[in-house]
Design a protein around this ligand. Structure first.
Ligand SMILES: C[S@@+](CC[C@H](N)C(=O)[O-])C[C@H]1O[C@@H](n2cnc3c(N)ncnc32)[C@H](O)[C@@H]1O
Length: 189
């Protein structure tokens, strides 16, 4: 699912491959807003894999009116982005089967020589709605289109380049699962 029709067209193209099994499940895609997964029933999904915008770092729609149409890359601030991602997390929590996993790829950025920890803010949004963190996998990410520009700035103003993204793997607790021991041991909840 994606808010942008062009992303869905691209996805359909990528899904057009042959498999060795006859009973490969039907691939369904649709244009829609991840904050409202109304076509998906409660606790019906085995695995969620998502790659949201990194707040407004890269715009995914040319049209500035897309904010009204739900493009999360059109937010004005990281605070606003995290509020909206919390709605996404709530929907993911609703549709995921208990005990199953939700994987989120997300990265950070830098402003005025300092890091903006978008990833950890988003992670907190997922924890806030009831997910627990299974893994935080560091994915090496460099050689991007913007890398040469960042490299120049890093030498000029003295900062380390961001060369990774996070792949957070969350788990929805089982129905009635006792988390008290886990929470108690960390004293962080
Ligand atoms: C980082 S790209 C990921 C694209 C693709 N899914 C991938 O992993 O290659 C972020 C995508 O989020 C989409 N997006 C933005 N706001 C959304 C929303 N409210 N609901 C669903 N998708 C949204 C954008 O259109 C964009 O395609």
């Amino acid at each position: 699912m994606d808010i942008n029709k062009e992303a869905i067209i691209l996805t359909r193209d990528r899904l057009n491959f042959h498999t060795l099994t006859d009973n490969f499940p039907e691939q369904k895609t649709y244009v829609g807003d991840a904050r409202n997964l109304d076509l998906i029933e409660d606790e019906s999904i085995d695995l969620i894999a998502t790659h949201p915008p990194y707040a407004n770092i890269i715009s995914y729609t040319k049209n500035s009116n897309h904010k009204e149409e739900g493009d999360l890359s059109k937010v004005h601030s990281v605070d606003e982005f995290c509020e909206e991602m919390k709605k996404v997390a709530q929907e993911f929590f609703r549709v995921l089967k208990p005990g199953k996993f939700c994987a989120v790829v997300i990265g950070d950025t830098r402003r005025h020589k300092h890091q903006v920890p978008i990833s950890f803010r988003v992670m907190q949004s997922f924890l806030d709605v009831g997910f627990i963190l299974k893994e935080n996998i560091i994915k090496i990410q460099h050689n991007t289109k913007m890398a040469p520009l960042w490299e120049k700035m890093s030498i000029k103003t003295n900062f380390l380049l961001l060369m990774h993204e996070h792949l957070f793997v969350f788990r929805k607790p089982e129905r009635g699962e006792k988390l008290s021991k886990f929470k108690e041991s960390m004293k962080w909840w």
